[in-house]
Design a protein around this ligand. Structure first.
Ligand SMILES: [Zn+2]
Ligand SMILES: [Zn+2]
Length: 385
């Protein structure tokens, strides 16, 4: 299988570089999804376009089990700082999370599987908007699942590049490997006034200073240290000029967790932290946008991936997933069928320090056939089992 995947290396690189040069963000993946759908039709797949806005669902084979392979296609609002000759042409957008390569490898897997006689069906889910959510707080996986993308699926697999691990390795293990996520948005309300008369105001910056301390103490003082969780502040905005104390300030951030009980506890503790505003004479409003659940790899599916990795790459090249509280909306698909995501080593010389979401992120394209072979071989094993 590795040999077959190596034989299409050029196509894999061509797809990946083309997508890298033309990154699209969120659900606005019009060019990307058209290319993907056109290629899949050419390969003989039954293609549904526009599933979950710009998602593409494509199936091949008859009867038997249905194995889904998911690839995310969206880029990030980052100004690329690389100077290779396939640098992003959409200024301010960049494939800094490797989704260009996920898409290319899934296309490669589709191509190889289209030449096989399959004892069941393989369904590809090319999804938009993994990195963020739309105005209704829904991610690509949520939208696609709601439109039937997972109906009838027996197992689902996916991969994510890992730029910290060498080419030729994968990571896989059962259990939680990424965090559930909420975005939170708050406004701290005081009473505005002249900067020379703070006594006539309720200074929202002063309130906020205490709230920030209280927020930062939640994880270290209130949450069980064996339960991984994060609260981070992402933006603070307020005020217009140097001598006016404004009426209010806004603060936003993200929180991560791997356990639903901790999730609830963090919400309670955050209310208490913001309540400091009231204790000091002000007020606040706090709201959450609930993101995806934590990603918890199924034990059996993880074992099949691990065995495939052992056979294709050698057991010494199959490690554990580097656990992260980074969010991954693949967990949404896994609500509908058992599944697992493995990581693919893509470390590139000279780019070692530039990890996911870095403006100088890049990957070693020699990993592309490896990820492709892993997808094809794992899917075939499920169909054969
Ligand atoms: Zn990402
Ligand atoms: Zn990603």
């Amino acid at each position: 299988m590795l040999k077959q995947a190596h034989a299409i290396s050029e196509e894999l690189i061509e797809w990946r570089r083309d997508l890298h040069m033309h990154p699209e963000i969120g659900f606005e993946l019009h060019r990307t999804s058209k290319i993907v759908a056109d290629e899949l039709e050419r390969m003989g797949y039954r293609v549904r376009r526009g599933v979950g806005k710009t998602g593409v669902v494509a199936e091949i084979g008859e009867g038997g089990k249905v194995i889904a392979i998911r690839a995310d296609m969206d880029a990030l609002p980052i100004l690329e700082q690389n100077d290779h000759d396939y640098v992003s042409k959409n200024i301010g957008a960049m494939h800094a999370c490797g989704h260009d390569s996920h898409t290319a490898m899934a296309l490669g897997a589709a191509l190889l599987l289209s030449k096989e006689k399959l004892p069941g069906r393989v369904r590809f889910l090319f999804q938009p908007c993994e990195e963020t959510t739309d105005e209704e707080g829904k991610s690509g996986a949520q939208r696609m699942s709601a439109e039937g993308a997972m109906d009838g699926v027996d197992y689902i697999i996916a991969q994510h590049v890992d730029p910290s691990k060498p080419v030729g390795t994968i990571g896989i293990n059962a259990g939680p490997s990424s965090g559930g996520v909420d975005a939170w948005y708050a406004e701290i309300k005081g009473i505005g006034g002249h900067g020379a008369h703070p006594d006539k105001t309720i200074d929202p910056f002063y309130l906020l200073a205490h709230i920030i301390l209280a927020l930062n103490a939640i994880i270290s003082r209130r949450i069980n240290p064996f339960e991984p969780a994060v609260i981070s502040i992402g933006s603070i905005s307020g005020g217009f000029t140097e001598n006016v104390i404004p009426e209010s300030v806004k603060i936003t951030g993200t929180l991560r967790f791997t356990n639903e009980k901790v999730h609830k506890q963090i919400h309670e503790e955050m209310e208490r932290a913001f309540d400091v505003a009231r204790a000091l004479g002000g007020d606040y409003e706090l709201r959450y946008e609930l993101g995806g659940p934590p990603m918890i790899n199924d034990t059996m599916v993880s074992q099949v991936i691990e065995q495939t990795g052992n056979d294709l790459l050698g057991a010494e090249n199959v490690g554990q997933i580097e656990k992260t509280l980074g969010a991954e909306d693949f967990g949404e698909f896994m609500k509908h069928a058992p599944g697992a995501m493995f990581t693919l080593g893509t470390q590139k010389q000279g780019h070692e320090g530039y990890l996911l979401h870095h403006p100088k992120f890049d990957l070693d394209e020699r990993a592309l056939p490896i990820g492709t072979a892993m997808l094809v071989e794992t899917a075939k094993r499920f169909l054969d089992s």
